[in-house]
Ligand binder design. Sequence first.
Ligand code: B12
Length: 381
Amino acid sequence: MSTRTPHRPPAAETVRDTVTESVGGTVGGPVVEQLADELWDAVSVADEYTAVEVVLGALERGVDPESVLLDVIARVQGKVGEEWAADRLSVAQEHAATAINERAVAALSLHPAARTTPTRGRITVACVDGEWHALPARLLAEVLTLRGWQVDYLGAQVPAPHLIAHLHRTDSYAVALSSSIATRLPTAHAAITACQAVGVPVLVGGAAFGPDGRYATLLDADVWAPDARTAADRLALGPLPRPRPDHQQLDDLPHLADQEYTLITRNSASLVRAVFTALQDAFPAMRTYSEVQLERTAEDLAHIVDFLATALYLGDEDLFAGFITWTAQILTARGVPASSLPPTLAVLGRELKDFPRATRILERGAEDLTPVDHSTAESRS
Ligand code: B12
């Protein structure tokens, strides 16, 4: 193992405080903006050849490969997400654009301008188990490679036992864990604790950890960074904090002792079924739903229960409230009324009346929904 500092800060080191302000953040400028426009034009119509030409052409004109990855490809991928959320890109168009951006990253990494010889230690980059958002982790992996690290990129959904076996086999200096979807945070926590137990410091990032990295601190990760550039800057600054070897998951989240998270997670399938049945009375428009609409409703309910469980795990009402208001916006953007959400939360609340923390989280979600306009017709397309 490589050298590590003997001290450890009380919470995840949030690199934004120390580095982002000075050297991190997004590089703008007319060249990258124009490249981003060109790449967007190509990926939004699934034109892979032009997309790869834009990226490789930029390298040939001397644009820094890191800037192409982060200020062009990552920026365009962010726009893919925004356009999908606003219902201006279909799911299929979003999938095609993402797949092309992934191939553009692969093409960039093989170009001579992006070839590097490792001069630093070995780092494992992986997504948490159940996490399909591999592109953010891949971007990080490529940036670290460009900065001279020897990177083992393990891709999407890596089960913790395989990750640990890999760390042992490769004697990694650190592990960089990526998660984009908040419902993977309980799994991320288990992976963080397992890596730390074998003495490997854990750097975390991705949208799941919150824009300010608050869940990284809560889950006792060693370092959080908001983006790949800042993460690479932090790694270059010096050794990472040393993980506490004797640390248990419950130490971070004492509220889990009430068992609400465990009980709700264990019985989530029957909870979804019970709410689905009761909702037919609480939200009569559901009785006119087609098979497909009913299937979507069941999926949405499962998602709501997943987010409720995650909020219980983290002890964070904001997480659930943010998810519910986001869901209302997504439905509204697609012309589907969000008026089914308040009765859904009310029925869930009745089913979970003996769970005080769940009750509070559901009440908070309902309160935050109030400003949303529910006036549209009670049907689902
Ligand atoms: C593409 C995409 C997908 C693809 C992923 C394919 C792939 N190969 O990656 C697919 C179609 C599989 C997918 C599936 C789903 N997705 Co999706 N997806 C996206 C989308 C559009 C883009 C993600 C992305 O690539 N972003 C671009 C990069 C650059 O992201 P980034 O986070 O900025 O990355 C940087 C930093 O975070 C940081 N970083 C990342 N990892 C790490 C790690 C470390 C250690 C460090 C230090 C830094 C770091 O560095 C990166 C580069 O600077 C986002 C929307 C968006 N705006 O991001 C939604 C999004 C992430 N998805 C979302 C959802 C809900 C889902 C699904 C649940 C949808 C569904 N109903 O099935 C599933 C979940 C699947 C799963 N279990 O993981 C939501 C998550 C909402 C939430 N509150 O958690 C989002 C935000 C969409 C939205 N606006 O609501 N998705």
